[in-house]
Design a protein around this ligand. Structure first.
Ligand code: UD1
Length: 422
């Protein structure tokens, strides 16, 4: 297994290009199943999760061709000859459940393995299933698989989500585009990835209103056609690299970044003493003062502070002046980076969903282990500011969500290299 060696110290200066969003691409790809005509995505990120989704779609009979070094995905679902999403692929990536709604909507039947738990909590799929039932789907759970049928086709209905779920909103939004009649989705997720999906579906001929608000209305159509769509900028990769100059000092411009993708996050950066300026090419980030100030953070659905930036923000706050409280409201077990940061000299107390971080002058390099995608990059950020060398192992987590991390960070002056495993 490969690891990443980071030598801390030194400011970062220059530019980092931000890729298309992993989470948007993972929901745009299954949208190909809604139409017999080709769907082409541009600005796709080069990540192992995208390869997993490619493998899943291909196992169903879709054609997926990766062009221009993976930045363009040309897909066609003309010949879907298998309606079973197998456990062997689904267990690798929870977003695999997103093929359920589109397959069911198009062909009236689908069998999808339940994804199972993952490192950051139980993460059930009950909301996906209840939402599809509201559109007339008949579901049965058997041998770890969801067997879904809609013999006469899906019918528009009202979906009332008891809590905000990004994935469940995406699944039912895709399904509703081909359901007969009108679907109203209440308490819908408002993430930019939902708006991006709705934009793409509209290009394919879907009739959708209200995306980006809590109520989305979909008027079903008989068929969708082909389209070409650029994947929205990855706001989590953006926020992650905004933290690099915040932690190390210097000034870095994040190419392709926009303020409206990271509003709540920027408010916290501002309170900590980090300046963010929108340019015509992206966002320019610099540290205003010597030591940053402590700030409290609560993770919430968009437009709140994203849970996917909580671990990286914690890495910043480890060396803040004062005590910060981070409250994790989305996933119950998302502080696994804390014990690793403590090994680097951080002072962190975790009680349930709350972590209290008391800033220290400097972190110290140490061998640490990545436990999930965002945790792994938080350890790299911490290592960039620490005294001495940090070795982050289990970097396969990182490959799921960050393309060319070594190239992007060394491009702005970081001392970072990938060490090949035995
Ligand atoms: C997506 C993102 C993930 C991000 C998360 C929250 C993708 C591929 N992943 O995950 O990076 O951290 O949004 O912003 O887009 N829940 C249920 N039942 C369900 C579904 C969800 O109880 O059927 C709960 C979850 O356990 C969690 C909360 O709802 O506590 C929000 O999860 P959700 O928004 O669904 O996350 P994902 O779509 O899985």
């Amino acid at each position: 297994m490969d690891s990443i060696l980071v030598s801390g110290g030194g400011e970062l200066n220059g530019q980092i290009p931000i890729a298309g969003a992993k989470n948007a691409c993972l929901t745009l790809m299954p949208a190909t199943l809604l139409s017999e005509e080709p769907l082409t995505l541009t600005n796709a990120p080069r990540l192992s999760d995208i390869k997993t989704m490619t493998e899943l779609l291909q196992s169903l009979g879709a054609e997926v061709t990766s062009l221009q070094d993976g930045q363009v995905l040309a897909m066609s679902s003309h010949d879907i000859n298998n309606h079973t999403a197998d456990y062997d692929i689904v267990r690798k990536m929870r977003a695999s459940i997103l093929v359920l709604g589109p397959m069911l909507a198009r062909d009236g039947h689908a069998v999808v393995s339940l994804p199972g738990g993952c490192a950051i909590g139980a993460r059930p799929v009950d909301l996906h299933l209840k939402a599809l039932e509201a559109l007339g789907a008949e579901l049965e759970l058997k041998d770890g698989y969801v067997h879904a049928k809609a013999p006469g086709g899906l019918k528009g209905g009202t979906v009332d989500f008891p809590l905000v779920s990004v994935g469940a909103t995406e699944n039912v939004l895709m399904a509703a585009t081909l359901a007969k009649g009108t679907t109203v989705i209440n308490n819908a997720a408002r993430e930019p990835e939902i708006v991006d999906l709705a934009d793409c579906l509209r290009k394919m001929g879907a009739q959708i209103d209200g995306d980006g608000t809590s109520t989305i209305t979909v008027q079903g159509v008989d068929r969708l056609h082909g389209a070409t769509h650029p994947v929205v900028t990855d706001r989590i990769e953006l926020g992650t690299y905004m933290l690099a100059p915040a932690i190390c000092g210097g000034e870095v411009e994040l190419l392709g970044g926009r303020l409206n993708l990271v509003g709540a996050f920027c408010e916290k950066l501002d309170a900590a003493g980090i300046s963010v300026e929108e340019t015509d090419r992206g966002l320019k980030v610099a540290r205003r003062s010597g030591r940053i100030s402590a700030v409290d953070v609560v993770t919430e659905p968009f437009p709140g502070f994203p849970t996917d930036l909580q671990a990286q923000m914690m890495a910043l706050l480890c060396t803040a002046d004062g005590t910060s409280v981070l409250e994790e409201k989305i996933f119950e077990n998302r502080f696994m980076h804390a014990p690793e940061l403590i090994r680097m000299g951080a002072q962190i107390d975790v009680h349930g969903g709350t972590a209290t971080v008391t800033g220290v002058d400097r972190l110290k390099g140490a061998p640490v282990m990545a436990t999930d995608l965002r945790a792994s990059v938080s350890l790299i950020l911490a290592g960039l500011a620490a005294e001495g060398e940090t070795v982050v192992s289990r970097v396969y987590h990182l490959d799921r969500g960050y393309e060319h991390v070594v190239g992007k960070l060394s491009g702005v002056g970081a001392k970072i290299e990938r060490i090949k495993g035995q």
